[in-house]
Design a protein around this ligand. Sequence first.
Ligand SMILES: Cc1ncc(C[n+]2csc(CCOP(=O)(O)OP(=O)(O)O)c2C)c(N)n1
Ligand code: SF4
Ligand SMILES: [Mg+2]
Length: 290
Amino acid sequence: MTEHVKPVPPTWCPGCGDFGVLASIKKSLSDLKVPLEETVLIGGIGCSGGIHNFMDGYGFHSLHGRLLANAVGVKLANPKLTVIAAGGDGDGYAIGMGHFIHALKKNVSLVYVVMMNETYGLTKGQASPTAPVGYRGNVESPFDAVLTALSIPSASFIARGFSGDPKGAAQLLTEALKFNRERKGFAFVEMLSPCVTYNDTYKLWREKVQNVTSVAGYDAADRSRAFSTCLEIMEAGRIPIGMIYRAPEDRRLPSLDQTVLPTLEKAPATTDISLATNLPRYQKLVDALT
Ligand SMILES: Cc1ncc(C[n+]2csc(CCOP(=O)(O)OP(=O)(O)O)c2C)c(N)n1
Ligand code: SF4
Ligand SMILES: [Mg+2]
C-alpha cells in the first residue's frame, strides 16, 4: 500500500438499515479489540456492498455474486486476517447462490453478513429471491437462507439479527467474530436490514421478529430442533431471529483452513515469491522437462 484511503461518510439513504449493520460491525471489532490492520471487509455489489468504503481497515468491492469466492481466497492466503464478507440478498442469494452453498460446505473461518432487504436496492427495487409474493409483481415464493444453511452438514454457526435491534445485532456479530478468530469455521449472519426507499419493512419486521430463545426449551446446539422451530415460527407468520444454530464441539466439522493449511509449508501470502529465491527451483523444473 502506498496510499491510505480514508473511509468516506456512508452514501446510503437516511434511515437505511445498513447503517445499523455497519455500526454493529464496528462495535464488535472494537469490543474484541481486533486490530484494524488485521481486518479485511469485502463488500458485494449493491448499496450494501459499499460498506467497506465507510470503515477503516482493508477492504475492496468484489464482483457481483463473487463476494464469498474472494473472501475464501483472502482467508486461505493469509489465515491471520479477520475476514468479513458483507453483501446484499441479491448478491448472495441470486447471482451468488452457488458460492453461498459452497462456502457453507467449504467451511472456511470467515464471517458472512448478508444485509437482507428483500430487494435490489441499488438498481431501484426489483424483487430479490427473498421478496414476498406480491412485492412489485413478484409471483415466486421467497427463499429462506437460514433454513438452507441448516441443511448443509458443515454449517456450524447460523444467526439472524435485525438492524432495528442494534444491541442484539452487535451481540450476534461479536459471537460470529469470536467463532471466526478461533478458526472454528464459517459464520453466517443474516441481518434484516430494511430498504427505506424501495421496501420499508421496519414497522412490519418489528412486529414480526421473534427471537428463538422465546421458545421454551430452545437449544441452539440442536440442528433439527432449530429447523423445526424456525419453520413453526415462519408458519405462524413471524420471522425467527437470534442465535439459531451453533454446532456443539463434538459435532462441529473442522474448518477448511484447519485441514488444508497445515499441509502447506507456509500460508500462500507469506510465501517468498521473489525471483531470486525461486529461479533455481524453476530452472530445476525446466531442466527436468527438457
Ligand atoms: C454481473 C452483474 N449483473 C448485474 C449487476 C447490476 N446490479 C448491481 S447491484 C444489483 C443488485 C444488488 O442487490 P443486493 O445485493 O440485494 O444489494 P442492495 O442494493 O439491496 O443492498 C444488481 C443486479 C451488476 N453490477 N453485475
Ligand atoms: S436504496 Fe434502499 S438499500 Fe439502497 S441505500 Fe437507499 S434505503 Fe439503503
Ligand atoms: Mg438487497
